[in-house]
Ligand binder design. Structure first.
Ligand SMILES: [Fe+2]
Ligand SMILES: [Fe+2]
Length: 274
């Protein structure tokens, strides 16, 4: 039976429906809020608030939140405080990785992340049925990303610790070529992507790689694993393969992703708002 649920009756199960079942383990991914930015006079805070409201209003509350980078535009401590305060209504543990607009040390302090100072911010969160691994792809002071041998060695060792646990790998720069030159100019180099693919080939439990940075939804693959990028809560990338510079559009729908662990596989939903 197809049922159109209107908001006022959302909490009432329809007669003759299937018995209730527990929700799968859920990770909400929110990306690129760029708090503190003022691109063409556009304030990023309403967009983040709108997405947070949508996530907080989901019928099944997420078990965790992933922030996939560019949390702030300038890496200021006050901007991180605003991010944390704005996310408060979701009420789930927050796991953050840096983007090229973030400051590692300030992010680390704000989110009480492991490591020291300006070292790469990377971590593993054992969330019960799902393992979430955050990998730092940033180069301080640069917009492009990198994955050096030290970071990939860390990833290889982390993944080797739990070879049977379904794992979601998060990074800011997606490990793909987009086909859009200005985005690829600030992405990950082919040799870095190949090195990451080599690591992933030894770890079949990594079900999906998720990222931000592109300010738009896109799927591709690496080492036969899906790669998904999600919309920004701020401005969105324009679909423009011949652009000569980064082409962003204000006013396009913001969004978020919801990753559901169904059995031992990850199913990713992307929702846009507005
Ligand atoms: Fe961004
Ligand atoms: Fe970025």
């Amino acid at each position: 039976m197809i049922r159109l649920t209107r908001p006022a009756e959302a909490a009432q199960p329809p007669a003759g429906s299937l018995p209730p079942v527990p929700a799968p383990f859920l990770v909400a991914q929110i990306s690129d809020p760029h708090i503190g930015a003022n691109w063409d006079g556009e304030d990023p805070l309403p967009g983040l608030r709108e997405v947070v409201e949508a996530v907080a209003a989901l019928p099944d509350p997420p078990d965790a939140v992933l922030l996939s980078g560019d949390l702030t535009d300038n890496g200021d401590a006050a901007e991180y405080t605003t991010v944390l305060e704005t996310l408060d209504p979701i009420g789930a543990p927050i796991h953050a990785i840096p983007g090229n607009h973030d400051d590692r040390a300030a992010l680390r302090t704000a989110f009480a992340l492991p490591g020291t100072g300006g070292d790469p911010v990377q971590w593993t969160a054992d969330l019960g049925p799902l393992r979430l691994v955050g990998l730092d792809t940033t180069i301080p002071g640069r917009d492009g990303g990198a994955l050096d041998a030290t970071r990939l060695g860390w990833l290889d060792a982390e993944l080797a610790r739990a070879p049977d646990q379904p794992t979601l790998l998060a990074m800011h720069h997606p490990p793909i070529a987009t086909g859009v030159a200005p985005w690829d100019a600030i992405g990950l180099a082919p040799e870095d992507r190949a090195a990451l693919a080599g690591v992933l080939q030894g770890h079949a439990q990594v079900r999906r790689v998720v990222a931000g940075h592109l300010h738009q939804t896109l799927t591709a693959s690496i080492a036969a694993r899906p790669v998904l990028t999600v919309p920004s809560t701020y401005v969105q990338g324009r679909l423009n393969f011949t652009a000569s510079e980064i082409d962003l559009v204000p006013g396009e729908p913001r969004g978020f992703a919801l990753h559901a662990l169904v059995g031992r596989e990850i199913v990713s939903y992307v929702r846009t708002l507005g």
